[in-house]
Structures are given as structure tokens and as C-alpha cells.
Design a protein around this ligand. Structure first.
Ligand SMILES: [Mn+2]
Length: 484
């Protein structure tokens, strides 16, 4: 049997710590304290693994928050992983959607440094005298790759008399633990000739653990709150193998408090700002060192300075203060409305957006990006899903022809595409393996033409290439414009 590594243990009982979605490097709310929080949480998990003498730690993806962690992020990460290495506890990982790079991954660098082991279709093994635990992993598969992924590469060879436990690390939203997702645990039980005892998941930030067809399916959840909607305590899993059973227990991580203060505005409020302040005062103790959201609701009648409220909350010791104004504009009296001073950036943005005449898709994206309930880490995925639905519901060919700016747009588009083609020419040549004769981007001559004669000559890229050399995803767009 081909295998990656074999680790042996003297212990009759083996314990594995399962974590995921650490999102290291996240500077949530543009706040350096929050960046440190994400590292502290991960460090806490690793310290627990060392103190409780875990045999290994398994990380199910989204180790980093982006594919471009800073050097500072890398130094802090190496420092934590080194503690684990010094305690002789191996760290197994797969690649999540967040840190995923084109080919070689961050995890490969840590593997090269002896700090991590990347899981794959060949088992990494931990064994004692009585049993073997085989670890497999699949990096995050985006929708197009999911359809073509070959699950049959996994091996099932049994070349031992010992009892075998099989574990799979996966970074996906998975049915039936999350009902209705496109990928189901049942989709790979047939093509993979291995009966898994547990599928150790990442991607979903909320803790989940169920039994399904003789296997555990479990998400430990993220180690820090990646959005205000992640209310439950953060956690990780401990798997205990005693040679007969596998049990999974949840352990909570103590993280920074998130507090939501709701303040409802009434018709008769004579001094609304003072009412909000006294509401905030009633949370006094809890506010210190917390991430605090003040949600305004009720009637939008009076002039309220959002920044004044945020300042007030910060002066009470909050490390982050955010105010959400959900007051109902429609219920307000018309003269009051005309007096509103827009201190809330969201309001200003909404007004400016109207002037921009964005397309429906543009507004859709803006809505997703600015929705406080959508974790920053989910924006890519949410956008792809929503845009896909939107695109599927449209017939653009008709719409384009009907458009009054058809001709001038057409010209601009041709110029734009030409430009793009020129810029990317070098890229194509260096990144794509092409037959010698096709390396220059020139219109195809007749002998190279085959069944694709339906593609017009004016589009040499498509014709020449057959497959796109690089797929630009929404994720690339967002990451390219990510905050500094
Ligand atoms: Mn994640």
C-alpha cells in the first residue's frame, strides 16, 4: 500500500484534536486586536492539544483567511506550529477555499519545514499495538472541480491484522449534516472504496455533529467569530479511539465577547440620544473589551449621530463599536426626514449607489458585501451562488440586442477584449502547456481547424485554447481588491 507517513504510539487509547476555519490573518473590522484574537484562539487550541497529550491535530481547512497572508502572519503561524512540533504532535491539514493557491500551497511550505503533513488520497497512518487510524483528505473543491473530481483514486488495501479506523478530512458544505447542499456524504460512499468512521469537516463555521450510515459527520466550527451572526460558543472536537469505539466530544474555546444592544426609538422620544446612552450604560460591565453592536430600531424621526454613539461605546472600553440603523424611514414625518444628517456610511453609500445606476447584478453584489449578517469569509461563495442564480434566470442575448447602447458598447467591448488579450498573452504562454505551433496568439490557419469551425475567426483565444488557462473567479476579484 502506498502511504504518506506512519506514526506509532505507545498509548492504548489515542486522541486526535479536530479543528478548522482558524482564518489566521483576519483583521476583522480592520482591527489589530481582532487579528491577534484569531491567533490567540488557534494558539489556545494548540496549547490544549499539548496539555492533554493529543496524538495528532487535524485541521480541516481555512487555516489562513486569505491566500496571501502577511509575513507577520506567517511568523506567528510558524511560532505556534513549532510548539506543536516540539511536543512531537503531528499536524495534519487540507486546503480550504480561503487560503487555496494555484498549485503549491502554504501547507506544502509547512510540510517542507516539518511542521505539517498534507492529507490526500494516500493514507497517513497513526498506529499502536492494537489498531491503525488512517487519515485521508480532499482539499476544498469548488463547484466546477467537484463535478469532475475522481473519487476512485482512493485505495482500500488492507495489509494489516489490526483493526482499522478510516477518517476523511473535507472542506465542504455537506448534506445531510447541512441539508440541501449540492454535495452529499452519499455521493462518495460508492466511488471511494473505504468505509469512513468519521468525516472531519471544515467550512461551516457552526459546530455540528451527527451520525449518518455508520459514520460521524462533524464540523468543529470556526475558532473565532468571523461575523456577528456566529453567536454560539466556538469549539473544537476531540476524537477518542480505544480499539473498539470511536467517540467524539466537543470542547468550547473562550473567545472575546460579541454583544448586541438593541435600542428602539419611539414616537415620543424627546431626547433619543440620551435614551440610547442609558441603554448602553445598562450593559456597562459587559461592554469592556467586547465587540459591541448597537442596533437602532423603531421610528426614524430624529437626527442621531452614529459616530457619537460609536464613540460613546468605545469610551466604555469596547474594542470595536458598530451601530446599525434599522429605523423605519417610512414611518417618519416628512419634515423630519429632510433634516437627517447622514453620518451613517451605509446610508450615504445607498444614496450614492442610486446615482450610479448600477445593474441589478451590481446591486446584488453590493447587498451581499455590505450585509452585516454575511461573514466576510462567505462573501465569495454567496456572490457566486447568487450571481449564478441571477445569470441562469436571464437571457442576455435578447437583452443585449434590445439595449440602446448596443453599437457603441460593442466597439468598446471589442477594444477591451483586445487589450485584455494583449496583456494576458505573456501569461498564457508561461502558464499553459501548449503545442509549439500554438504558442503565439495568432489566428489559426486552416490546417489547425477541426470540428470547431463554428467559432468565428475573430476569437483566436477561445479557438486556440479550448480550455481557459486560468479561471478568474469572483474570489480573485475580491482578493485583488482586498483591504490593505
Ligand atoms: Mn471558513
Amino acid at each position: 500500500m502506498k502511504q504518506k507517513s506512519v506514526y506509532t504510539s505507545e498509548n492504548p487509547t489515542i486522541q486526535i484534536l479536530h479543528t478548522a476555519d482558524t482564518h489566521l490573518g483576519s483583521r476583522q473590522y480592520h482591527n489589530d486586536t481582532r487579528r491577534q484574537d484569531f491567533f490567540d484562539s488557534f494558539e489556545k487550541v494548540i496549547s490544549d492539544a499539548i496539555e492533554n497529550e493529543m496524538t495528532a491535530v487535524i485541521h480541516a481547512g481555512d487555516f489562513f483567511d486569505t491566500r496571501n497572508p502577511t509575513i507577520e502572519d506567517l511568523i506567528d503561524t510558524i511560532s505556534i506550529l513549532t510548539k506543536l512540533k516540539n511536543a512531537a504532535i503531528p499536524f495534519f491539514g487540507i486546503v480550504g477555499n480561503h487560503e487555496s493557491k494555484q498549485n503549491t500551497q502554504w501547507l506544502d511550505i509547512f510540510a517542507e519545514m516539518g511542521l505539517a503533513q498534507r492529507l490526500g488520497s494516500e493514507p497517513t497512518i497513526i498506529e499502536n499495538d492494537a489498531f491503525q487510524i488512517r487519515f485521508y483528505g480532499i482539499d476544498n473543491l469548488s463547484a466546477p472541480r467537484l463535478d469532475s473530481f475522481d473519487f476512485s483514486i482512493f485505495q482500500s488495501e488492507i495489509d494489516t491484522d489490526k483493526k482499522i479506523y478510516n477518517l476523511l478530512a473535507l472542506h465542504q458544505l455537506l448534506d445531510p449534516i447541512l441539508p440541501g447542499q449540492p454535495l452529499s456524504a452519499d455521493d462518495f460512499t460508492n466511488p471511494i472504496p473505504i468505509q469512513f468512521d468519521a468525516v472531519l469537516l471544515g467550512d461551516n463555521h457552526k459546530y455540528e455533529c451527527i451520525r449518518h450510515n455508520g459514520a460521524w459527520l462533524t464540523y468543529p466550527g470556526s475558532t473565532e467569530r468571523c461575523s456577528a451572526s456566529e453567536i454560539e460558543p466556538r469549539a473544537y472536537n476531540i476524537l477518542t479511539f480505544d480499539g473498539t469505539d470511536l467517540s467524539i466530544t466537543r470542547r468550547n474555546i473562550i473567545t472575546r465577547d460579541f454583544i448586541v444592544i438593541s435600542a428602539e426609538m419611539n414616537e415620543n422620544d424627546s431626547n433619543p440620544i440620551e435614551n440610547i446612552f442609558s441603554k448602553i450604560d445598562s450593559y456597562s460591565e459587559a461592554i469592556k473589551d467586547a465587540v459591541v453592536f448597537v442596533e437602532l430600531s423603531g421610528i426614524k424621526k430624529s437626527l442621531i449621530s452614529i459616530s457619537e454613539i460609536e464613540e460613546y461605546v468605545k469610551n466604555k472600553g469596547a474594542i470595536v463599536a458598530r451601530v446599525g440603523d434599522k429605523r423605519d424611514l417610512n414611518k417618519a414625518e416628512s419634515n423630519a426626514v429632510s433634516n437627517i444628517v447622514f453620518r451613517d456610511p451605509d446610508e450615504v453609500v445607498t444614496l450614492e449607489l442610486r446615482k450610479l445606476n448600477l445593474t441589478e447584478a451590481g446591486l446584488l453584489l453590493d447587498g451581499i458585501i455590505r450585509d452585516r449578517e454575511t461573514a466576510k469569509s462567505r462573501i465569495d461563495e454567496e456572490s457566486e451562488t447568487k450571481l449564478k442564480e441571477f445569470l441562469e434566470s436571464r437571457d442576455f442575448s435578447e437583452e443585449y440586442k434590445r439595449s440602446s447602447v448596443y453599437s457603441e458598447n460593442d466597439e468598446q467591448m471589442t477594444a477591451f477584449l483586445q487589450n485584455l488579450k494583449d496583456e494576458k498573452e505573456e501569461d498564457f504562454q508561461s502558464n499553459v502547456e501548449m503545442p509549439e505551433s500554438n504558442q503565439k496568439m495568432q489566428p489559426i490557419d486552416d490546417e489547425n481547424q477541426d470540428s470547431d469551425s463554428s467559432i468565428p475567426d475573430s476569437n483566436p483565444i477561445q479557438k486556440d485554447e479550448r480550455k481557459s488557462p486560468r479561471q478568474y473567479t469572483l474570489g480573485d476579484m475580491f482578493n485583488a481588491e482586498d483591504e490593505s
